[in-house]
Write a protein that binds this ligand. Structure first.
Ligand SMILES: NC(=O)c1ccc[n+]([C@@H]2O[C@H](COP(=O)([O-])OP(=O)(O)OC[C@H]3O[C@@H](n4cnc5c(N)ncnc54)[C@H](OP(=O)(O)O)[C@@H]3O)[C@@H](O)[C@H]2O)c1
Length: 265
């Protein structure tokens, strides 16, 4: 999944609905993606349709589509709710063309199938994903918001080769899914190292230090192949790459993290 860096860019970087600051301008988004690509962050996540539209425009302007690895989830534009963040929709045959058009591309590098309780429908989605993969328009398929039971139930001939789930110092429940995924030979993608940045605010103090410790905790986990982090500033890219390079926490930093966890949970 990752080349050069374990980090991937989160699509929430492109929209204002999930951020703490005003959205990055188009020029800032272009600068952000360029810095990522220049520094070995090639995997770019897009969850909501607004993110696909934004990334499509950015990669088109930069002329760097081939350098990026685009990951896309099944959250679609809904009539009358164009500005909203709507729930996911199980895949249907027409969805692939919609996604490709929004992203201004002819292929998705990672198609994410959001899991849900209707197992028969999920199996049909995986069959569709397999067809898309055979057509060449989808390069690989991942299960999003995975839980262990989904990995036990995968149908014969399924196309899944990676799993995604929120996994960070505060929320470690996905470890079991990641272990099972690894046993099946899948890649593991951890989402949300700072829980939308809220944990940085709750812990307070020196944000650069807090983000460094939280990111290093997850990036150093041997169970994790890739960490998706949302960044609206090019400066965060440099800072987060430096954190990744610093490697695992020292005993002192681990003790400090434990104190934060005891305080903010
Ligand atoms: N959480 C989920 O359930 C979920 C589900 C599906 C997909 N995802 C994917 O996971 C990605 C990341 O998750 P998330 O949205 O929870 O966000 P996150 O990556 O945990 O946190 C993002 C926040 O951290 C701030 N930040 C990043 N680097 C920083 C640094 N070095 N110093 C200070 N602040 C820094 C960003 O600030 P700025 O606002 O200034 O950039 C932003 O506000 C999403 O974009 C999405 O692609 C998550």
């Amino acid at each position: 999944m990752s080349d050069g860096s374990k980090l991937g860019l989160g699509g929430h970087s492109f929209i204002e609905q999930l951020g703490n600051d005003p959205p990055a301008s188009f020029e800032e988004q272009c600068a952000l993606v360029a810095v990522c690509l220049d520094n070995g962050i090639r995997l770019i996540d897009t969850t909501y349709y607004q993110e696909r539209v934004a990334l499509g425009k950015v990669l088109h302007r930069l002329g760097r589509r081939d350098e990026a690895r685009i990951m896309a989830w099944n959250f679609f534009r809904q009539e009358g709710q164009e500005d909203d963040l709507v729930p996911f929709t199980p895949y249907e045959p027409h969805h692939l063309d919609v996604m490709l058009r929004e992203l201004q591309t002819d292929r998705l590098d990672v198609l994410v199938v959001h899991v849900h309780a209707d197992r028969e429908r999920l199996v049909r989605e995986l069959e569709l994903a397999q067809e898309w993969k055979e057509s060449g328009a989808v390069r690989s398929v991942a299960l999003g918001m995975v839980e262990p039971s989904y990995l036990d139930d995968l149908p014969e001939g399924h196309p899944v080769s990676a799993v995604l789930a929120p996994y960070n110092a505060f929320k470690r429940g996905a470890a079991e899914s990641f272990e099972r995924a690894r046993a099946l030979g899948f890649q593991t993608i951890a989402l949300s190292p700072f829980i939308r940045g809220w944990k940085l605010d709750e812990i307070g103090g020196d944000k650069a230090h807090v983000s460094d410790v939280l990111l290093r905790w997850v990036a150093a986990q041997s169970l994790v192949d890739t960490v998706i982090v949302s960044m609206r500033r090019a400066d965060w890219v440099t800072a987060n790459l430096a954190s990744e390079r610093r490697g695992p926490l020292t005993d002192e930093e681990e003790a400090e993290l434990q104190r934060w966890l005891a305080r903010v949970g």
